[in-house]
Design a protein around this ligand. Structure first.
Ligand SMILES: Cc1cc2nc3c(=O)[nH]c(=O)nc-3n(C[C@H](O)[C@H](O)[C@H](O)COP(=O)(O)O)c2cc1C
Length: 326
């Protein structure tokens, strides 16, 4: 079963993805954070860099878009195929952020199943038109949730997904209301897994895989998954995919090497100390679940007010904490 590195806006930059692949590996695909479509049908500097092949050398990167317009979506899919050379594009129907939802995008689509049905129907037509013009259309995959307000909404969502079959659907088994907290709902996921697979649609599980045991549990119950997608678990433990595949857990030295490569990459790229520190401290908040017994070290790292002080505190924190004992 494959392992995909989830898209995480602000966190999974090309630098982090490349460094992860070079230091630990184990992921068959990496996803870019979403690109929001607009009338210009072009990517801004950051988006363009995010999907640029030079920036993602050696990675199997899948770009992701988010939209409420089938017309714009089709043209972005065409752009990502023709100009950037991608043969798969992922559509985000799950982002829970208020600004996204208020525009009827991301999980905003799940609040209005008729709009979701119309969007996917029109997208299919737009893509067919492009294909009729001899344009090569990439595979379309979807990332979604089990509902907006209530888990029971997954029945209707599944019906709509089956009516407009994507090549693969990733399901995060929480509602939008839950954001990224509270219990996942494996039973709602089980229904979607059975129904989507019976329609020939590949299924990917995403949510709360933090240790190899979490993966084992999911793989045992859902053996025909195409893949599992992991986000926070891989930010905390970059060796998680390797461990799942039978490899070793990261040592403290390996972890330090990984963090220093990312730090040095941001020093080169960003240049401004306070922005470099902000990026690194965001990452530190995600790495916390792997380390224990060193609250003071964590506080010192978060208080560091220069890049070099941060480097020293980060190394001390990793060396002087317990790893994998949480
Ligand atoms: C900071 C942050 C940014 C995220 N950005 C995206 C995004 O751009 N596109 C997307 O599909 N999901 C995004 N997600 C959701 C993750 O891809 C993933 O679905 C979620 O973290 C649950 O998986 P996990 O429990 O393995 O972390 C984001 C999540 C977080 C916490």
């Amino acid at each position: 079963m494959d392992i995909y590195f989830a898209p995480m806006e602000g966190m999974t930059s090309p630098l982090l993805r490349r460094t992860h692949a070079a230091c630990f590996g184990g992921c068959e695909k990496y996803y870019s954070p979403f690109i929001s479509t607009n009338e210009a049908i072009s990517l801004n500097g950051k988006e363009s860099e995010d999907v640029d092949h030079e920036q993602n050398k050696g990675l199997n990167l899948i770009p992701q878009i988010i939209s409420n317009s089938a017309y714009q979506s089709a043209l972005y899919i065409k752009l990502l195929s023709e100009k950037y050379g991608y043969d798969e594009v992922n559509i985000n129907l799950g982002c829970p952020s208020g600004t996204v939802v208020s525009k009827g995008k991301g999980s905003g689509m799940l609040r209005d199943p008729e709009a979701m049905d119309a969007y996917l129907g029109s997208l299919g037509e737009e893509l067919e038109k492009l294909s009729g013009q001899g344009i090569k259309i990439p595979k379309v995959s979807i990332k979604t949730r089990i509902g907006f307000y209530e888990p029971g909404e997954h029945i209707r969502i599944t019906r709509i997904l089956k009516a407009h079959p994507a090549y693969q659907v990733t399901v995060h088994p929480r509602t939008r209301k839950q954001m990224y907290c509270g219990d996942v709902n494996p039973d709602a996921f089980a229904h979607m897994y059975d129904e989507l697979r019976s329609a020939g649609i590949g299924v990917v599980y995403n949510g709360d895989i933090k240790r190899p045991e979490d993966f084992e549990r999911i793989a045992e119950r859902f053996p025909e998954l195409d893949a599992v997608m992991i986000g926070r678990g891989l930010l905390a433990d970059p060796s998680l995919a390797r461990r799942i595949k039978g490899g070793e857990a990261a040592t403290a030295s390996e972890y330090i090497d990984y963090m220093e490569r990312i730090l040095d990459g941001y020093i080169d790229k960003i240049g401004v100390e306070k922005f470099i520190l902000a990026k690194m401290k965001d990452l530190c908040n995600f790495m916390k679940p792997v380390f224990s017994g060193n609250d003071k070290g964590f506080k010192d790292m978060c208080k560091a007010d220069s890049v070099e002080a941060f480097r020293v505190c980060m190394k001390q924190y990793i060396r002087n904490s317990k790893m994998y004992e949480v």
